[in-house]
Design a binder for this molecule. Structure first.
Ligand code: FAD
Length: 612
């Protein structure tokens, strides 16, 4: 029978761990131990904490660097998600200077707190497409085929039907899970965007997460509950009842700095076993230790997980030698294979009152806030991205080239006929530089964000020094593969044509002659038949940024030479250590990643339970 606990959040490590004294060895019997120690308290971690403690004989300690924000209005209110940026709930990572972005470094938000990135993300629900998931199996993830993953997507989800939809509409969505999803109200211009997509050849479909795959244009569905609040993974999986479980302990404001391993003698396939973790409140504060009787589950996200592994001696030999960290297990793929989705927003001037920009005036923003607080209605219940289209850049029926008789040749980076490589998000508001750069005063703006979903460019995460507190070099190497820029250029040109198609064009105040690269409406207000690919590429280099989907830094696969975890998510060569988060994706998923992470964690819970 496990240890009995009472308090849900504990910020003082002395209450659940033991202080490491520099000058004396710890007596192993004095080290507090839990069956499972979960590193990080984010998206995947909350699912695991819930599922593993369903068995009251199993004790779980989850250690999160940030705080609990589940009652914060900022985190709950759908339209306020960008207001969480650069606040304590955001790690606020920054990439190394990127050649492909004209030497700019890119701000990379990531959630810090119980629920992780699910408490700051844009709440756009999307299931990964079948072709992308089946590719995982070809890349060595045996047992992770589409039918299997779909089962867990359904298990996680509780979809609420929008009054405008018929019952049949929801038959493919999950109905009994904890994570609440729904379709939302939208502004009329969002529907016009879809009609304009249809006009130029992108057919309208019911649901991006439907059985026929995502190719097409439709309204966004969101992880928002019936009270029109964000359904974060924290709120969905770590409810008050779950937090009262005597076998679950949740530590906050504490950083795991190292996974502790011991050699196995004689060593075979496995050379070491994970026995616990070291943790601390800050770089200068005392170091504590806890042990894992069964396993350490590393769920620190695609940016921090590789850092923790490398700091623990698990990573590329050359890196460990450079950093003078004692080698535990050479695994070259740790921190490599970093994929992200770059996004470039193009602005179009819209007719007054057709977008959300009026909310920049304090009278209207206050009114909207009151409407939300009192009635859970109005613009704050809606998403910034309301409708979107998913296409293949190689689709020759779409007007993606300047001159259709001389199409720019591309490498098809998708794994199958139904897998897109581009997303075009229609947002009825000015959105540039993550929302930090305000649009022209008094203007209404419609933005079409082009997102590169299947980049061939990929980069790495490495530690700056052997001291994990010094941070990391985050280098996604955007556009280092020339195909990527060509694909995104096609998307931006397509967005110019969508804006000029009826009935969206009727709501916009377009011109065709704005070649001033400093102007907000460049290149939106240039002629799609005249603007050159190089002019569009220059705009992309100046203005693209992350769509917040880092993945792949501890990828799943069969071999330790090119992957980090096996299909059971066990780190190659190390007993009792698994990675469960967005790091394990073996290839970039063509879409928003949260649902996939949750499905991975749901399946991982079953794998772990079966191994007990
Ligand atoms: C701004 C933003 C917008 C997004 N929008 C969408 C969207 O609209 N739709 C969608 O599907 N996806 C979206 N995503 C992506 C999605 O949210 C992520 O892919 C997913 O949440 C990642 O889950 P994870 O478990 O891998 O990591 P996370 O949820 O980030 O969890 C990692 C956790 O580990 C903690 N941690 C890290 N290091 C340590 C340490 N050393 N010690 C203790 N704790 C540590 C972190 O604080 C964090 O809580 C967005 C992401 C962001 C950041």
């Amino acid at each position: 029978m496990g240890v009995l606990f009472s308090s849900p959040f504990i910020s003082n490590p002395a209450k659940y761990a033991i202080k490491v004294q520099e000058d004396s060895e710890l007596d192993s019997s004095s080290i507090p131990s839990y069956d499972y120690v979960i590193v990080g308290g984010g998206t995947a971690a909350c699912v695991l904490a819930h599922r593993l403690t369903e068995d009251f004989d199993v004790t779980v300690l989850m250690i999160e660097a940030g705080e609990d924000h589940s009652n914060s209005l900022l985190h709950k209110t759908p339209a306020l998600w960008v207001k969480t940026f650069k606040t304590p709930v955001d790690w606020g990572f920054v990439t190394t200077p990127q050649l492909g972005l004209s030497g700019r470094s890119s701000y990379w938000p990531a959630g810090k707190g119980i629920g992780g990135s699910s408490i700051i993300n844009a709440m756009m629900y999307q299931r990964p497409c079948a072709d992308d998931i089946n590719e995982w199996v070809r890349l060595g993830a045996a047992g992770w085929g589409w039918e299997e993953v779909r089962k867990y997507l359904n298990k996680a989800e509780k979809y609420t039907l929008h009054p405008s939809k018929s019952n049949e509409f929801a038959s493919h969505r999950g109905s009994d899970g904890f994570w609440k999803t729904r379709h939302l109200d939208h502004l009329p211009i969002a529907e016009r965007y879809l009609d304009a997509c249809d006009k130029i050849g992108i057919r309208k479909i019911d649901d991006i997460s439907g059985p026929n795959g995502p190719l097409g244009a439709t309204f966004v569905s969101a992880f928002i509950d019936n009270n029109m609040e964000r359904s974060s993974v924290a709120n969905a999986y770590l409810t008050k009842e779950v937090l009262k479980r005597p076998n679950l302990k949740v530590a906050t404001q504490t950083y795991v700095t190292r996974i502790i391993t011991e050699p196995i003698v004689p060593s075979g396939e496995f050379s070491h076993k994970a026995v616990g973790v070291e943790l601390a409140k800050s770089a200068d504060s005392p170091v504590y230790r806890v042990n894992a009787k069964r396993e350490v589950l590393c769920c620190a996200g695609a940016v921090m997980t590789p850092q923790i592994l490398i700091a623990s001696g698990i990573g590329p030999t050359s890196e460990l030698e450079r950093l003078k960290i004692t080698l535990v297990k050479p695994l070259d793929a740790v921190g490599r294979n970093l994929y992200d989705h770059p996004c470039v927003p193009v602005a179009f001037k819209a007719k007054p009152g057709t977008t959300f920009d009026y909310l920049n005036q304090s009278f209207y923003s206050l009114k909207a806030l009151l409407q939300y607080l009192l009635f859970r209605r109005g613009p704050l219940t809606m998403l910034v991205g309301q409708s979107f289209a998913f296409i293949k850049s190689t689709d020759t029926s779409l007007p993606v080239d300047k001159d259709s008789s001389q199409p720019v040749k591309l490498q098809d980076a998708t794994p199958g006929m139904a897998s897109p490589d581009l997303e075009l998000i229609g947002a009825p508001t000015a959105f540039r530089n993550h929302g930090f750069t305000l649009g022209p005063a008094g203007d209404s703006v419609f933005t079409i964000g082009s997102v590169l979903l299947r980049p061939l460019s990929h980069g790495s995460i490495t530690l700056k020094s052997s001291n994990i507190w010094d941070g990391a070099n985050i280098d996604p190497r955007y556009f280092s593969h020339e195909n990527d820029m060509k694909v995104l250029v096609k998307s931006v040109r397509l967005s110019l044509r969508i804006a000029r198609a009826s009935p969206l064009a009727d709501q916009l105040l377009l011109t065709n002659d704005n070649y001033n690269v400093e102007d907000w409406y460049h290149p939106g207000h240039t002629d799609p038949d005249e603007v050159t690919d190089e002019e569009l590429a220059e705009f992309i280099r100046r203005h693209s940024h992350t769509l917040y989907h880092p993945m792949g830094t501890a990828r799943i696969g069969q071999s330790p030479t090119d992957s980090v975890v096996n299909p059971q998510l066990r780190v190659h060569g190390i007993v009792n250590l698994r990675v469960i988060d967005a790091s394990i994706f073996p290839a970039p998923l063509a879409g928003h990643t949260c649902a996939a992470v949750i499905a991975v964690a749901e399946k991982a819970s079953d794998i772990i339970k079966a191994d007990q």
